[in-house]
Design a protein around this ligand. Structure first.
Ligand SMILES: C[S@@+](CC[C@H](N)C(=O)[O-])C[C@H]1O[C@@H](n2cnc3c(N)ncnc32)[C@H](O)[C@@H]1O
Length: 434
């Protein structure tokens, strides 16, 4: 059992030597907002920040202001899940850093209970003071214990929870790099129908520069392709599909978010018992550098790989996978998030313009007619030997011509469309002639 003491938690086994020395992690730049330390905790430095009106100390922990949008999305999704889950929400913040997410899950999503864990016990005092300053550890409203801070390896914590049958509704794993080793234990510690929010910060691998690395982390051989940052999200979802399938579960992405700060790839997954219902969405992706078109290739068609453009240029065909080729988001979930953001005053009346734009772009991207990937307008211009077409005109021309087209939240000068490259070039040439 987890000990409900203010000391670092020691669960069933002996605690290993902590391998998570702060010096192992890249340190983001801290803005100068330092106030003198007023507490007696281990951490000697205090550095106060404010996010959505909540003040907290980041101390000497790893904290990125740029991740605030990823936290906004998580809190909105968690609050919606609570409503749909008979008003119950137990959150496991497996890599909590200074505890800002835990705090926001408690205050904004009104989580009934949050387990805030970070392997680095140097963070403990900061997390404790951040949480206790805003939320009493034991609530007087009948909900009992609202939060607990532990300092152990995330896998160990999640496996311990599973062994005790102490399941969570929402598990947040804000990990570094392409560490996928947490996926399985997260699924084990989750209630059926619960949500897991996973992260990868390995842009090098999703760029196709380390295919053997992506193969070992996510079971996908990733080659360089023009829409590599979308591939990063699909690789992460595909890895989760594989891990879930081992346990007899399937996952569905509710939203997928790429941020160039880092870069960071974040995916919110719903986990259910059973087999992946639409197996055609776990596939390979073919890209032809000759014609610029892409296609999903199912496992049984791997032996017939060629591109409809019949290019005989050696090496023009590039294949990545297996990975998720289905929709990156659930439109209805995102619409609920957008409505909630409005209800909370986070967007609307010229407030929160970036968050509003992001959610609206994601909603547009959720159109089931849209295939994976995006087309950069620079690629259209270089293939057509014309100037880059204006994005808005390109979108409306594509739609007028009967194609589905949207922006991409990942690349500002790119479009998602079911229009083939040759037709995109023709439309862009027509626009230039106008
Ligand atoms: C990206 S930071 C977390 C930032 C925090 N979630 C936020 O939103 O500000 C990752 C954290 O994971 C912790 N960590 C690294 N490996 C871990 C592991 N195996 N188990 C638990 N925590 C770990 C690090 O100490 C670090 O604080």
């Amino acid at each position: 059992m987890i000990l409900l003491s203010p000391k670092p938690t020691c669960i069933l086994f002996n605690k290993p030597i902590n391998p998570f020395s702060k010096s192992n992690h890249p340190k983001p730049h801290h803005q100068n907002n330092t106030t003198p330390s007023s507490n007696h905790h281990i951490s000697c430095k205090s550095e106060y920040k404010t996010e959505r009106g909540l003040q907290f100390d980041v101390g000497d922990t790893f904290f990125r202001h740029e991740s605030a949008t990823g936290r906004d999305l998580a809190v909105l999704a968690a609050a919606i899940h609570k409503k749909a889950n008979n008003d119950k929400l137990r959150v496991l913040d497996a890599m909590c850093g200074c505890g800002i997410r835990s705090l926001r899950y408690l205050v904004e999503a009104d989580a009934d209970f949050v387990l805030a864990n970070d392997a680095d016990d140097f963070h403990r005092s900061v997390v404790l003071s951040n949480l206790s300053a805003k939320v009493p550890r034991i609530s007087e409203d009948g909900r009992g214990r609202r939060w607990l801070v532990t300092n152990d390896d995330a896998n160990r914590v999640m496996m311990e929870c599973c062994l005790r049958r102490d399941y969570f509704d929402f598990i947040d794993i804000d990990s570094f790099g392409s560490d996928s080793s947490f996926l399985r234990s997260a699924f084990e510690a989750l209630r059926f129908g619960g949500l897991v929010y996973v992260t990868s910060t390995d842009g090098y691998t999703s760029g196709g520069h380390r295919p053997l690395h992506s193969l070992s982390s996510y079971g996908a051989y990733i080659c360089p392709m023009p829409y590599c940052n979308e591939l990063g999200l699909r690789m992460l979802i595909g890895g989760a599909i594989r891990e879930a399938a081992v346990l007899g579960y399937y996952v569905t992405p509710l939203f997928s978010y790429y941020s160039y700060h880092g870069p960071v790839f974040r995916v919110l997954l719903r986990v259910n018992r059973g087999k992946l219902p639409i197996s055609r969405h776990y596939n390979f992706i073919r890209y032809c550098s000759e014609c610029g078109n892409s296609e999903a290739i199912s496992w049984d068609k791997l032996g017939q790989l060629n591109c409809p453009c019949n290019s005989n240029v050696p090496g023009s065909l590039v294949v990545s996978g297996p990975l998720w080729t289905g929709p990156l988001h659930s439109k209805s979930y995102l619409e609920e998030m957008l409505n909630l953001a409005e209800e909370w005053g986070w967007i609307g009346n010229n407030i929160g313009v970036d968050l509003e734009k992001l959610l609206k772009y994601m909603i547009d991207e959720s159109d089931p007619q849209l295939p994976f990937g995006y087309i950069k307008l620079d690629e259209v211009s270089s293939r057509g030997k014309i100037n880059s077409p204006p994005l808005r005109s390109m979108l409306s021309s594509l739609q007028k011509n009967g194609y589905t087209a949207s922006r991409s939240h990942i690349e500002s000068n790119a479009i998602k469309t079911n229009c083939p490259m040759s037709m995109c070039i023709m439309i862009a040439k027509e626009l230039q002639a106008c």
